[in-house]
Design a protein around this ligand. Structure first.
Ligand code: DGL
Length: 239
């Protein structure tokens, strides 16, 4: 099966990684819109126009399925995008909320981009949730310049929580750092794992990974090699 996956940058590669563990035998087309990163503080109109271009790209590639591996696009544009394509399309937040509903008695926290938090998708669907917007984490991750103090400050907000949801797909790349500032018992929820548990893909076809980015530099290439432990091809795409 041909599967299209997209995000603003490398965050969605965490989702791809989770899918590859379960379903390696598919053709994956990954689109990272690095020229327009970060998505997290853009308005809905801009997000919709950027993501529609990506859907058109996947339509031209004739993918069988599209996965929005981005919390910001999932929370702001999912319903609109469903209407613009006949290709089945999955978002990353619905399976995460389904998973969290099984934990209704626990105190939850979510850290995500400004636009995801202001969409209220987590707050409207779950009780007992503390929602905090992070400004600088996505670029920190893309530029590979980690400021521990910033991470510590965010984690302090979640000290009384039982669960922390990483509401942006970039954040699993800081898993080790987050864990350092949380109690051992805190469960950290990775949205890519929630999606992989819910989705059913075939696993019998050709195995291939083609990555497309709208801007490529040395840091990006290094980041990709740190994240993906398999064979892939990288392409620059004009948009
Ligand atoms: N990985 C993204 C998300 O899950 C993108 C964030 C951004 O570009 O600001 O929201």
């Amino acid at each position: 099966m041909k599967v299209g996956i997209f995000d603003s940058g490398i965050g969605g590669l965490n989702v791809l990684n989770e899918l590859l563990k379960e379903y390696p035998n598919n053709q994956y087309y990954y689109y990272g819109d690095t020229k327009n990163i970060p998505y997290g503080d853009k308005d809905k109109k801009t997000l919709l126009s950027l993501s529609k271009k990506i859907i058109a790209f996947f339509e031209a590639k004739k993918v069988d399925l599209i996965i929005i591996a981005c919390g910001t696009i999932s929370s702001n544009c999912y319903l609109d995008l469903k209407k613009v394509t006949t290709i089945p399309i999955y978002d990353i937040i619905t399976p995460t909320i389904e998973y969290l509903k099984e934990k209704s008695d626990l105190k939850k926290g979510v850290l995500a981009t400004k636009r995801t938090i202001s969409s209220h998708v987590f707050q409207n669907n779950l009780e007992n949730i503390l929602a905090i917007a992070a400004k600088e984490l996505v670029l920190m991750i893309e530029e590979n310049k980690i400021d521990i103090k910033v991470i510590k400050n965010y984690m302090q907000e979640f000290q009384d929580r039982d669960i922390l949801v990483l509401g942006c797909t970039h954040y699993p790349l800081l898993m080790k750092e987050f864990k350092n500032f949380l109690k051992k018992e805190v469960e950290i929820v990775d949205m890519g794992k929630c999606l992989t548990r819910k989705i059913k893909l075939p696993n019998t076809g050709k195995s291939e990974i083609k990555l497309y980015f709208t801007k490529i530099d040395k840091t990006l290439i290094k980041n990709i090699s740190r994240i993906l432990n398999c064979k892939y091809e990288i392409n620059l795409i004009e948009n």
